[in-house]
Write a protein that binds this ligand. Structure first.
Ligand SMILES: Nc1ncnc2c1ncn2[C@@H]1O[C@H](COP(=O)(O)OP(=O)(O)O)[C@@H](O)[C@H]1O
Ligand SMILES: [Mg+2]
Length: 329
């Protein structure tokens, strides 16, 4: 199956007053046609900046230091015009907060109509608009199109954003924490709607969340991100059975807590920002950098006192970055 998206050794930093803050540190990911890749990791890991890198919507102070992103086989990072032309067309996006993307002053039908007219250059016909609302599972689209955003629930607003994303007939949908502002039931409905749309259209999805048990429900393949690096990746069925990285196991066991939306999972002690340069300071070592998860790892031992572990293939498609695993195999 052809890869729709390939991210290769992507490094991204913020540089301010001569100081560099590394945010993505060598990300490799790919998504094939019709596949859902779930990207999970705590807040601050770099998930949204990865999405913004694909879309070409990075803040001005962010710099891509190295690497590439290919969409349908063509490099897009060296071509801002190409990224702009894909955005909202072949690449759709839905974010955590649909209210931020909807204009409160316009009826939702007009907002979908405007997207359609931007894409086609023609005024859309009403049946086209209603069709998009039906595909986003509105039972009475002819009524919903005349509503203003404030007249809709959070789940309905997110479904309007899905209708907007579908207007461009995307081949890839980036869903960055699309259920984080919703209650668990509504979030589950959004996930089943995305799965249904995927089956109908064969599009690929990058589904991002801090909540791994949630990502597991929709993803064919998982990638676990921590401090700007992938710590483990493989088929969801494989990782659910045999996750090798201690962080993946912690994320799997962290129960979703609706009271802590968008925040780090409560059950993992420590925080990712424990200082990349001092992370192995309690070892008698002169190494400046080691495993980013070292400080918080419940399974660390002396073998971890080495430079940052590379992502190594343990079995076909299952890769893990942990010195202990390498030593055991
Ligand atoms: N404009 C910015 N300037 C400096 N640092 C930023 C900026 N935006 C994000 N960051 C930092 O980049 C890291 C990754 O952020 P982000 O991609 O939003 O994480 P996630 O989506 O995984 O929660 C965080 O440490 C965050 O503080
Ligand atoms: Mg984010």
């Amino acid at each position: 199956m052809q890869n729709v998206l390939e991210i290769k050794d992507l490094h991204l930093s913020f540089v301010s007053k001569g100081k560099e803050k590394k945010v993505l540190r060598g990300i490799d990911l790919d998504i094939s046609e019709g596949e859902t890749l779930g990207l999970a990791g705590e807040s601050g890991a770099g998930k949204s900046l990865l999405t913004l890198s694909i879309m070409g919507l990075l803040p001005a102070t962010a710099e891509i230091k190295k690497g590439g992103i290919q969409f349908q086989g063509a490099e897009i990072l060296d071509n801002p015009g190409k990224q702009a032309s894909l955005r909202g067309r072949k690449i759709g996006i839905i974010f955590q907060d649909p209210s931020a993307s909807l204009d409160p002053l316009y009826r939702v039908g007009s907002q979908v109509a405007e997207t359609l007219s931007d894409i086609t250059g023609k005024r859309p016909e009403m049946p086209q608009i209603l069709n998009l609302f039906s595909r986003a599972e509105f039972k009475e689209p002819e009524k919903i199109v005349f509503r203003y955003p404030h007249q809709l629930s959070g789940g309905e607003k997110q479904r309007v954003m899905i209708a907007v994303a579908l207007a461009g007939n995307p081949r890839l949908l980036l869903a960055d924490e699309p259920t984080a502002s919703l209650d668990a039931n509504t979030g589950a409905q959004i996930i089943s709607l995305l799965s249904k749309i995927q089956k109908e259209t064969g599009l690929s999805i990058l589904f991002i969340s801090h909540n791994l048990p949630l990502v597991e429900q929709i993803a064919d393949k998982l990638a676990i991100i921590y401090a700007g690096r992938i710590l483990e990746t493989g088929l969801t069925t494989e990782l659910a059975k045999r996750s090798l990285h201690p962080y993946t196991r912690l994320l799997f066991s962290a129960l979703p807590d609706p009271g802590r939306k968008g925040k780090p999972l409560a059950t993992i002690p420590g925080s990712p920002g424990s200082g990349l340069n001092s992370r192995i300071s309690d070892f008698p070592s002169t190494e400046e950098s080691g495993c980013a998860f070292y400080q918080r790892c419940p399974e660390k031992n002396l073998t971890c006192c080495r430079p940052e572990p590379p992502l190594i293939e343990i079995s076909p498609g299952h890769r893990v970055a942990c010195w202990r695993i390498k030593n055991e195999n």
